[in-house]
Design a binder for this molecule. Structure first.
Ligand SMILES: [Zn+2]
Length: 637
């Protein structure tokens, strides 16, 4: 098993309990973008108002320059060509880009309150030395001029995606790195998670009038340009239009443009209106039903996970799969109805766990992808129950598969630093769902539901971390949960409870249970031959409490985690029992199901024999290989 040893890779959880009061930075962007569709380049002006709410004096700032990742020899290129199971959307494609196809973001000038600054362009990070330190409480204005070439689409953003969308513009502008309770997060971009400063955007895009633009925020001038919520036809269409979008209380801004977009507006009295941008045709025929599913999705999510606060949500054909942004998503559009609804529900639910509960995805990918998948599983189960056995069955399966391989890495691994894409995906999506659903086994589903709403209400528009979420569930349940998160986030230790031995004596039956690596509360049923069922619940001592259970359940004394065995005495004779079944809640990721159930043989001489189940103990861990993926490639550096 693996544990997070390095401090760098394990910022995930801090259980100090005496943290300073919460603060976060604030950034307001005003941008003017002059876009040339002939050479796919644009000139940009950015005025950024930055407020330092931290208690610290800042001598430097950093910006992300994501498009520079799309250059041969970039860190993203090398990473993609050396990782064991490279994403086939990237592969070695970056290494083959020529000068006119690569991404380039060049900073021409940068001023702090009107004074020119010295900066260093280090690949995808702009490293800026300040003339004057930013003191706690200070507001400064950074004025920047920059030039950008939009790359051929490799991953998420770029021009001409595989479905022929001209421009998918995500992570497209110089974006200030976040400085938070853990310090600066100036991670070089290698193709994964994002993090941004809370604030606002006022973006004007000047572009060829043939294009329709979809974006985060609200279009400010629909009547002037004849687009958006408007019946106004402008008399003579100029060669170029200036689209002005504003977005408040967001931490990022995405846009996309195509001359062939259809823009459908689905008005929704109960929540946001849905704006669908796609190229109409046979391959996008299911988009006409998408609005109905989105209305139901937001209705469910508002009720169970917290109220979506923005007036719009846009689903935009573009990108290379599905990716979330504030108030919008880019998805590929040539899909079956189920696939279209599935990706749209998932990306929409990111509005809660990325858009509003903006955890640092790099450090807590499981709190974003995992919680999002948990919510979308619940919603999609309502639409297509046949594809979601037990609601989260697929996620449990995905987690158990990697847990029994040699490839699992702890959830607290920084998203960029997993050894394989498989380990990242299984941790952040599958185990991320399991960690949340399994909480219902420990604290009960009602507490989980209450906790999710309280988490949203207390932490929306902030950057919660794992400890912030843990404390909410602890307060709602009055159960201690540090052990649960420490084991399940910081280690790859697995749960494997088993029925070890059954014997009969004059007083009844004795059942010996055995624990695996990780402590958990245990539930089991004893089914009698006459059809009766007795239910039992053993809390782990670490909980310092127990969940509310049905009155028919027998609550047994706590299991001290240091004891590998636990003995239960039943008054029934063993010969009256037909079977014993562990984990009746169904919400526990026990990795070895073979020792979870015993069917008592009809004829068993209890005077002579105990019933022993040790077969599992020595069973070898199943080994998975990644041979179907590429071998490690030799990269010429
Ligand atoms: Zn996702």
């Amino acid at each position: 098993m693996k544990r997070c040893f390095s401090i760098l890779l394990c910022l995930g959880i801090s259980f100090s309990g005496f943290g300073q009061s919460y603060w976060q930075q604030e950034a307001h962007y005003q941008m003017n973008i002059d876009f040339n569709t002939d050479n796919h380049q644009f000139d940009g002006q950015q005025e950024l108002t930055y407020i330092n709410h931290s208690p610290d004096t800042l001598n430097k700032v950093f910006y992300h320059l994501y498009f520079n990742a799309f250059q041969p020899g970039s860190m993203m290129d090398i990473r993609s060509r050396t990782i064991l199971d490279s994403d086939k959307r990237v592969g070695n494609r970056i290494s083959k880009l020529n000068k006119s196809e690569m991404g380039i973001q060049q900073i021409l000038s940068l001023k702090q309150n009107g004074e020119p600054l010295v900066f260093t362009n280090d690949g995808t990070i702009l490293d800026v030395d300040l003339n004057k330190s930013i003191l706690p409480g200070d507001t400064v204005i950074f004025s920047m001029e920059f030039k950008t070439q939009v790359p051929l689409q490799i991953r998420r953003s770029g021009r001409m995606n595989k479905e022929g969308i001209d421009y998918s513009m995500s992570q497209w502008y110089p974006k200030l790195c976040e400085y938070d309770r853990d310090g600066w997060h100036a991670n070089p971009y290698v193709g994964r998670e994002f993090y941004g400063v809370w604030g606002s955007f006022d973006v004007t895009i000047h572009m060829d009038a043939n294009y329709t633009i979809a974006a985060t925020g609200i279009l400010q001038n629909p009547d002037e340009i004849g687009h958006g919520y408007t019946n106004v036809l402008i008399d003579s269409v100029p060669d170029r239009l200036s689209w002005n979008f504003k977005a408040e209380n967001v931490h990022d801004f995405v846009w996309a443009a195509d001359p062939d977009y259809t823009h459908d507006i689905v008005v929704n009295d109960k929540g946001p209106d849905f704006h669908l941008f796609y190229q109409k045709g046979e391959k996008t025929k299911h988009w006409e039903h998408l609005g109905e599913y989105m209305i139901r999705t937001f209705e469910y999510a508002d009720k169970h996970f917290g109220k979506y606060p923005y007036p719009h949500y846009s689903i935009i054909q573009g990108g290379d799969g599905g990716m979330e942004y504030p108030m919008a998503t880019l998805i590929t559009g040539h899909r079956s109805l189920k696939s279209l609804v599935g990706v749209s529900v998932h990306e929409a639910m990111h509005s809660w766990y990325h858009g509003l509960l903006a955890t640092n995805e790099a450090l807590f990918a499981w709190m974003d992808e995992g919680f999002t998948s948990y919510a979308s599983n619940r919603i999609e189960y309502g639409f297509f129950p046949e594809d979601f056995p037990g609601t989260h069955g697929g996620s449990y399966k995905g987690y158990k598969r990697i847990a029994k391989s040699n490839y699992e890495e702890p959830l607290c691994t920084h998203a960029d630093h997993f050894d394989t894409n498989w380990a990242y995906g299984a941790a952040s999506y599958s185990k991320g769902v399991v960690i949340l659903d399994q909480l219902s086994h420990i604290v009960g589903q009602k507490v989980v539901d209450r906790s999710l709403k309280r988490y949203f209400n207390e932490w929306a528009y902030k950057h919660p971390n794992a400890s912030d979420f843990k404390r909410i569930v602890e307060k709602e349940s009055e159960i201690e949960l540090d052990w649960y998160f420490e084991y399940f986030v910081n280690s790859t230790k697995t749960i494997d409870y088993g029925i070890y031995e059954i014997s009969e004596n004059n007083n009844g039956t004795q059942i010996l249970l055995k624990k695996g690596e990780m402590p958990m509360p245990v539930e089991f049923d004893v089914v009698l031959k006459d059809g009766g069922v007795s239910k039992y619940y053993i809390p782990t001592v670490l909980m310092r409490g127990e969940k509310v259970v049905d009155p028919v359940v027998n609550i047994l004394p706590d299991w001290a985690w240091t004891n590998p065995y636990y003995s239960v005495r039943l008054k029934h004779a063993a010969s009256d029992i037909s079977e014993i079944q562990l984990h009746t809640s169904g919400h526990i990721a026990d990795v070895e199901p073979l020792n979870d159930k015993v069917i008592i043989p009809k004829k068993w001489d209890w005077n002579k024999h105990k019933l022993k189940l040790q077969i599992i103990e020595k069973k070898k861990k199943k080994k998975y290989k990644l041979q179907k993926f590429a071998k490690i490639k030799k990269v010429a550096l």
